[in-house]
Design a protein around this ligand. Structure first.
Ligand code: MEV
Length: 308
């Protein structure tokens, strides 16, 4: 049996603007993960078992545009294998779907690794990342590639679309609380909504994306210099620009406000928005208070993660 794991991710700064060439900062979240196991089978065909998304089917019966099916096909294609061996592909994930934590990219990355290993040709990170990016297009339409990149390399990433991967140093570790609104939201729709705004008035939105880019640069400097408290106001400023992009939601606003009131140094939505998760920067001793406030404000789940 071949087994692979991939973590979830959060975007610390720069979502949406990253689709338009501005930088963004993302880190892996090891507390949640996708697991894929590939087993030999006696039954013909490739059987996919993915209980989290209610999927139990043989590959050839699935539409080629279904991301899991397309990832499997792309691995065979990349390895020039045309006769598929009988296999069972088992997918389990603790990353909530459509929540901004990179569930689709994590399944793709774990699947590519487990399947290529099962076929005797484990693929290098660069290829895993490239194949996962192709699947991201099916999930998201016009993805920047940040999710598959941070999840493939499982390291903090300073990401600029179409540029070589760059990681960043975390001088002083800091703590982030992640609050899940429990509302699933399509990244494709959120990205599409921002595109409509941009198409209607691109000079204005280019200015907004530039402002996000400046926040990202300041945040990177603060993280690399260990000036962690500067990140709070930068998160708030980034969140205000995301609100302007119309990708917040009443549930996200409730959690962001609750975190700030409970003493978080800053808070923002994270990922595509319109639901999904928000993040808050907390002092090391503020964890219980902020987590409790998020739960009281309706968070479906709360994760505390250390960056660095
Ligand atoms: C999704 O995690 C981040 C977005 O910026 C989309 C993307 O970069 O592909 C909203």
């Amino acid at each position: 049996m071949n087994r692979a794991f991939a973590p979830g991710k959060i975007i610390l700064f720069g979502e949406h603007a990253v689709v338009y060439g501005r930088p963004a900062l993302a880190v892996p979240v090891m507390q949640v993960q996708a697991k894929v196991e590939v087993l030999d089978s006696n039954a013909p065909g490739i059987w996919i078992e993915a209980p989290d998304v209610n999927l139990h089917a043989e590959l050839s019966t699935l539409p080629a545009t279904l991301p899991i099916a397309s990832v499997i096909q792309s691995v065979f294609q990349h390895l020039n294998i045309s006769r598929f061996p009988p296999l069972i592909v088992r997918v389990n994930s603790s990353i909530p779907v459509a929540s901004g934590l990179g569930s689709g990219a994590a399944v793709s990355v774990a699947l590519i690794r487990a399947l290529s290993s099962a076929l005797g040709c484990p693929l290098p990170d660069e290829t895993v990342n490239a194949l996962a990016y192709e699947a991201e297009k099916l999930y998201h339409g016009t993805p920047s590639g940040i999710d598959n990149t941070v999840i493939t390399y499982a390291r903090p990433v300073y990401f600029v679309k179409n540029q070589p991967i760059e990681t960043f140093q975390v001088k002083e570790p800091f703590t982030i609380v992640i609050g899940d609104t429990g509302v699933s939201a399509s990244t494709k729709e959120a990205v599409g909504a921002v595109r409509k705004l941009w198409e209607a008035n691109s000079p204005y939105w280019e200015g907004v994306f530039d402002a996000v880019g400046r926040i990202v640069q300041q945040a990177r400097r603060a993280i690399e210099c260990g000036e962690v408290t500067l990140l709070g106001p930068l998160m708030d400023a980034n969140h205000a620009l995301l609100q302007e992009m119309t990708v917040s939601s009443p549930e996200l606003e409730r959690l962001v406000a609750a975190a700030r009131l409970a003493g978080a140094l800053g808070a923002k939505l994270s990922g595509g928005g319109r639901g999904g998760n928000m993040i808050a920067l907390i002092r090391p001793d503020g964890q219980e208070q902020v987590a409790a406030a998020l739960r009281a404000a309706g968070a479906r789940n709360v994760i505390v993660t250390q960056v660095g």
